[in-house]
Design a protein around this ligand. Structure first.
Ligand code: PLP
Length: 459
């Protein structure tokens, strides 16, 4: 107990925590959770309390906690060669193998892989590659990047600007210039009365086309989008959305950056979200599931079409001048190879499709008729329940009531981690893809008790 108190005090004095109310934490109004161990779908804190992790960390521990084969691959590489850089064509066997594997498995016609450490830096790299590509092919005005409202692409300077959630911008001088915004494809909230999913998708595609035409197609370089919108509320696209959006992009020579940071490596029930929706991206961003977060690693995957231009320009522009000390870090790529061995051997995409259907079925059974549930949605092992005071009008709860946060806290009090999504009153689920049906039952049972508790408090 003394140790726990000491760690907490040290932490409070010295750690600047992401997404934490700083004053509350500094003054002791909120407490640290000291996470010590993880096994399967559960984590344990320093007091011995165990939680079901219904969000796989931050939708990333796809193979579950405590996989010894991944830990051993990391240790093997650390003993053999903990570090060397990948500048000027230095490589390792694990780096070459992983890149070859990603080029073959990624959606679209991919050619090369650039490695970073986070989804944010990988999207930052994608923006630079898009600008580089258009400079090299003599289109220096074609630079604007379109992103979607409620899209999440990270929180560094350009990736944070592409993110379409205003609290990532406020007081931080974002977004930077050159980022355009188009509508979120959320049928439940965005459709006109009686509008079908297909008609709504058509309208979103028309809006995208109008935006490109208003800006001038010669100034618009790319659209960045998650196949399934994640942090903005776990929103699968309405039917017919991606084919229509891609037709518009093709018409105006606008690249598609598929941000597969959450969707990649099985979460949607396909290997990539792009595979599920017939997307043919020009650039693909991956992170999270690439190593199941056992170590930090991300990748920006570049298509043949884009890479060809980069290669051919070498005599004029010299070396590709972008890279990090840790690009292609030997321990990261070794971890990724070990994780992808599990993803492929155990068919985690197939498991996610089957168990995701079970999860959605259970959520529908428990919540569809609940008076404060507006929508239950999901695909594969990502699902959400959206709360509203009046199912008819769909008008949201007053933010002051903090309904989503209270439900998430009530679940946590019952040892379940389910995320209060940051926009609206939405409870999100994105557990490890290895979660069993019995564990799904346990998770949904606890979530139901948490919703009932807050429902009783509200009425
Ligand atoms: N892109 C998407 C779709 C994400 O969900 C995230 C993180 O949640 C990111 C990018 C940013 O990744 P990171 O937090 O590793 O910078």
């Amino acid at each position: 107990m003394k140790r726990v108190v000491e760690i907490g005090e040290m932490d409070r004095r010295s750690v600047l925590h992401p997404f934490t109310y700083l004053k509350d934490y500094a003054e002791g109004a909120s407490a640290p959770t000291i996470v010590e161990t993880g096994k399967g779908v559960r984590i344990k804190d320093a007091s011995g309390r165990e939680y079901i992790d219904g969000f796989a960390g931050l939708y990333c521990v796809n193979v579950g906690y405590g996989r010894t084969e991944v830990a051993e691959a990391i240790a093997r590489q650390a003993y053999k060669l903990a570090y060397y850089h990948s500048y000027a064509a230095h490589t390792t066997e694990e780096l070459a193998r992983l890149s070859d594997r990603l080029v073959k498995m990624a959606p679209g016609r991919m050619s090369k892989v650039f490695f970073g450490l986070s989804g944010s830096d990988a999207n930052e790299t994608q923006a630079k590659i898009v600008w580089y590509y258009n400079n090299l092919r003599g289109k220096p005005a074609k630079k604007k990047i379109i992103a979607r409202e409620r899209g999440y692409h990270g929180c560094s300077v350009v990736s944070g600007s592409m993110t379409g959630l205003s609290f990532y911008h406020d007081h931080m001088d974002l977004p930077v210039a050159g980022i355009l915004r188009t509508g979120v494809p959320h049928h439940y909230r965005g459709a006109l009365p009686g509008e079908t999913e297909e008609a709504f998708s058509e309208r979103r595609a028309n809006e995208l086309e109008a935006l490109i035409l208003a800006e001038g197609p010669e100034t618009v370089a790319a659209l960045i989008a998650e196949p399934v919108l994640g942090t903005g509320g776990i929103i699968p696209p309405p039917s017919g959305y991606w084919p229509r959006i891609q037709a518009v992009l093709k018409k105006y020579d606008v690249l598609l950056i598929a941000d597969e940071v959450i969707c990649g490596f099985g979460r949607t029930g396909a290997m990539f979200g792009s595979d599920l929706y017939g997307m043919v991206p020009d650039l693909v961003t991956v992170a999270k599931g690439l190593t199941s977060a056992y170590v930090p690693l991300s990748a920006s995957i570049v298509s043949e079409q884009v890479y060809e231009v980069m290669q051919e320009a070498t005599p004029q522009v010299g070396a590709f001048s972008h890279g990090y000390t840790y690009s292609g870090h030997p321990i990261g790529v070794a971890a990724a190879n070990a994780v992808l061995d599990i993803v492929e051997r155990d068919d985690l995409p197939g498991q996610a499709a089957k168990k995701g259907a079970y999860l959605l079925g259970r959520l529908n059974a428990e919540f569809e008729q609940n008076p404060i549930v507006g929508e239950v949605r999901g695909v594969g092992m990502m699902a959400a329940v959206e709360f509203v005071p009046d199912r008819g009008s769909k008008v949201p709860f007053s933010p002051a009531l903090k309904v989503g946060a209270r439900i998430s806290q009530a679940a946590r009090n019952r040892n379940l981690i389910a995320r209060a999504m940051p926009h609206g009153d939405i409870l999100g689920f994105a557990p490890p893809l290895t979660m069993s049906e019995a564990e799904i039952d346990e998770m949904v049972f606890i979530a139901k008790a948490a919703v009932d508790e807050v429902l009783r408090e509200l009425y």
